[in-house]
Ligand binder design. Structure first.
Ligand code: MN
Length: 144
């Protein structure tokens, strides 16, 4: 999938979002971006495979153990997106405001096609979380 979808959706002459390039460096950062677009949601992104694997989480992650939240996988984002905040102008994909809600590092505990387990070390979110794919792009995220 790489970043073709990401690049296709955006007009870089209009938006200040970074252009999509695969990173050769491997890292272990995460970010949660509060995205006030047509619907307010939280974008949860994990640095994996040289990109940010991304999910839109309408109700944000929960800090209550086993409280499951829907997380809809979206297109991979470039690693540089981890620092993005600001305004996406009207008429552009995701138009609205983006603000960094939490960021930090994570420790990968286990990963398969349908399940990712990791320990979040952010300012707001800390602890062991699980992402489980249950249908198509639909995942659940919860603290365990
Ligand atoms: Mn979003």
């Amino acid at each position: 999938m790489a970043l073709e979808k990401y690049n296709k959706k955006r007009k870089f002459r209009e938006t200040s979002e970074p252009e999509g390039k695969i990173s050769k460096k491997s890292g272990n950062r995460f970010v949660i971006q509060k995205h006030n677009a047509s619907h307010l949601h939280y974008d949860f992104r994990l640095e994996l495979d040289g990109v940010l694997k991304s999910w839109a989480v309408p109700k944000n992650l929960s800090k209550t153990k086993n409280q499951k939240r829907l997380a809809v996988q979206t297109e991979d984002h470039p690693v540089d997106y981890i620092d993005f905040q600001g305004e996406i102008p009207e008429g552009n994909y995701g138009a609205g405001t983006v603000e960094i809600y939490d960021k930090g590092k994570f420790e990968l505990i286990d990963r398969s096609d349908k399940k990712i387990i990791f320990n979040l070390k952010g300012d707001k979110f800390r602890g062991e979380y699980v992402l489980i794919n249950f249908r198509d792009k639909n995942w659940l995220i919860f603290m365990r």
